[in-house]
Design a protein around this ligand. Structure first.
Ligand code: GDG
Length: 491
């Protein structure tokens, strides 16, 4: 590949992300086991092939015992992973605290928590300190395994200080940073008390990447208005260098899905699910149970759809199948969201259910990969109502599995994916409940010819623009972006 040609036989890509692709898990007999972790980033980077990669990240559990740490480190090393051990308190302040209570909601336009103002003296201040401290520990781990020629690719809002810390250690390291969430408008971002420090740390990278041009533009605006820098989408002048900023929309490994559909296990599931839902149209939702995914809006819209189409009742027989993957349940806001969702599900089911069937099938669970593929393949509509979403890979995966069915994708205009899959989907504003309700009706009624046309457009994009391309484009650009000469001579 282009990437392996560039890097040569010894060059490695070090992926630094909060979570490793495998998790260390306590086991009653074996003591430890190492299942793979799920999530968007892991799915995407599985697509990079024929390049030496190492991962640096948190192993998914706090491990106080040093002997255990040694065992885990050795085992993970065999899987090309290097753990960063963070204790429970640090994780609580850095991850549940600063990352998930402050940066995540802010980057998705949900604002800052009230606490930010109230607890400034103790809670929040120490959350930012924990954040920088955790970043420091990631940096130290990277430095320990760094070899000349390695390329370091830092991921996401958890690690915004990392480019600066790594360059402090060795100015010649090639360091890139990529954000998987939206970068918000500078008018939103400027509310963050540590706004300047984080921007300056990110700007130490050689390449700053986003899923969409809008996010890159917002980042550049923030640098201009909050740091007084000069720049545009060609680069930002900082520290006598030009920092490259660009959009790299992520893709998926579509073949992983199409191949799975051919396998006996998925075929079996397909038969099973087809029987289960016989005679009903199925609308599918697959989301982590997160406020950004617009669960309440989705449920309200589905309720409105049922309300408006009551007379069609027996004609339609529609079911909303929602896989709600549990996430961050240690954060109170997420627990609150879960109970709001449950209340709404119960209301709609109580109102529109019959002795024979209920209109919403809501599962607080993950499903295994085979079942996921089968569900993607047999359902009639995918309903994605994210209030904000960096990209949204579920929409891509759905398209990849719909070659025979030609199901319809209803997609929020606030998901990054709307930029690429817009022309082949029904685009909705998830806040407009009536609009989403109508879109459900339109999707269910769409003539085969239109469904084929929509699907063709989306499928071409999804199968052509792969995760491998994404990673290659990013790493190649990073490779070439380094060591820009100073803009002008210094007197
Ligand atoms: C973040 C950004 C951005 C989900 N449920 C199950 C399951 N999944 C897998 C899906 C998909 C992944 O998890 C979810 O990815 P998304 O992109 O949809 O959403 P986030 O988790 O919020 O990801 C997002 C992404 O990072 C990448 O940059 O697109 O905007 O928020 O791959 O397949 N997998 C299995 N069972 C499940 O029940 N096996």
């Amino acid at each position: 590949s282009r990437l392996s040609a560039l890097l040569g036989p010894n060059g490695r890509v070090l992926i630094v992300a909060n979570r490793l692709p495998v998790t260390a898990k306590r086991h009653p007999v074996k003591k430890w086991e190492y299942p793979s972790s799920s999530g968007g980033l892991v799915s995407a980077l599985q697509g990079i092939k024929d390049v030496q990669m190492m991962w640096v990240g948190w192993p998914g559990v706090s491990v106080p015992n040093e002997t255990d740490q040694t065992v885990i480190t050795e085992e993970l090393f065999k899987r090309r992973c290097v753990p960063v051990f963070l204790d429970e308190e640090l994780m609580d302040q850095y991850y549940s605290g600063y990352c998930n209570k402050i940066l995540w909601p802010l980057f998705h336009y949900l604002g800052l928590p009230q606490e930010y103002k109230i607890n400034k003296a103790k809670g929040i201040k120490s959350q930012f300190e924990a954040y920088t401290q955790a970043n420091q520990m990631f940096a130290e781990t990277v430095c320990k395994i760094y070899k000349e020629g390695d390329i370091i690719w830092c991921h996401d809002y958890h690690l915004m200080c990392l480019p600066k810390l790594l360059k402090q250690y060795n100015i010649n390291m090639k360091v890139g940073w990529f954000l998987h969430t939206p970068f918000p408008s500078s008018e939103m971002y400027r509310a963050l008390p540590n706004r300047a420090e984080l921007l300056e740390a990110v700007l130490k990278a050689d390449l700053v990447g986003f899923h969409a041009y809008d996010y890159a533009r917002h980042f550049v605006s923030a640098c201009i208005s909050l740091l007084g820098l000069e720049g545009d989408l060609d680069g930002i002048q900082f520290d006598r260098r030009i920092v490259k900023v660009d959009a790299f929309p992520i893709g998926i490994d579509a073949q992983r899905f199409t191949k799975a559909l051919e396998g006996p296990k998925v075929k079996e599931k397909i038969t099973e699910f087809k029987k289960l839902f016989a005679g009903r149209k199925v609308i599918l939702g697959v989301d982590r149970l997160d406020m950004i995914k617009g669960f309440l809006q989705k449920l309200l819209a589905f309720e409105k759809f049922l309300e408006k189409n009551e007379e069609l009742d027996s004609g339609y027989k529609v079911v909303l199948l929602q896989i709600a993957v549990p996430t961050r349940s240690d954060v109170p806001e997420y627990r609150k969201l879960a109970s709001q969702v449950h209340e709404l599900v119960a209301r709609v089911n109580g109102r529109f259910g019959t002795l024979k069937a209920t209109p919403i099938l809501h599962l607080d669970q993950t499903v295994d990969f085979d079942s996921l593929c089968a569900l993607y393949a047999i359902t009639d509509v995918a309903l994605i109502t994210s209030l904000r979403d960096g990209m949204n890979l579920v929409s891509y995966e759905y398209v990849a599995c719909q070659e025979s069915n030609k199901g319809v994708l209803i997609l929020s205009e606030f998901a990054g994916a709307a930029q690429s899959l817009g022309a082949g989907s029904i685009i909705v504003n998830p806040w407009d409940i009536a609009e989403v309700a109508d879109a459900i009706k339109r999707a269910l009624d769409m003539p085969t010819e239109d469904r084929e046309k929509h699907h063709r457009h989306n499928y071409e994009l999804v199968s052509r623009h792969t995760a491998q391309d994404w990673a290659e484009n990013y790493v190649c650009d990073l490779y070439n972006a380094t060591s820009k000469a100073p803009l002008r001579a210094i007197h």
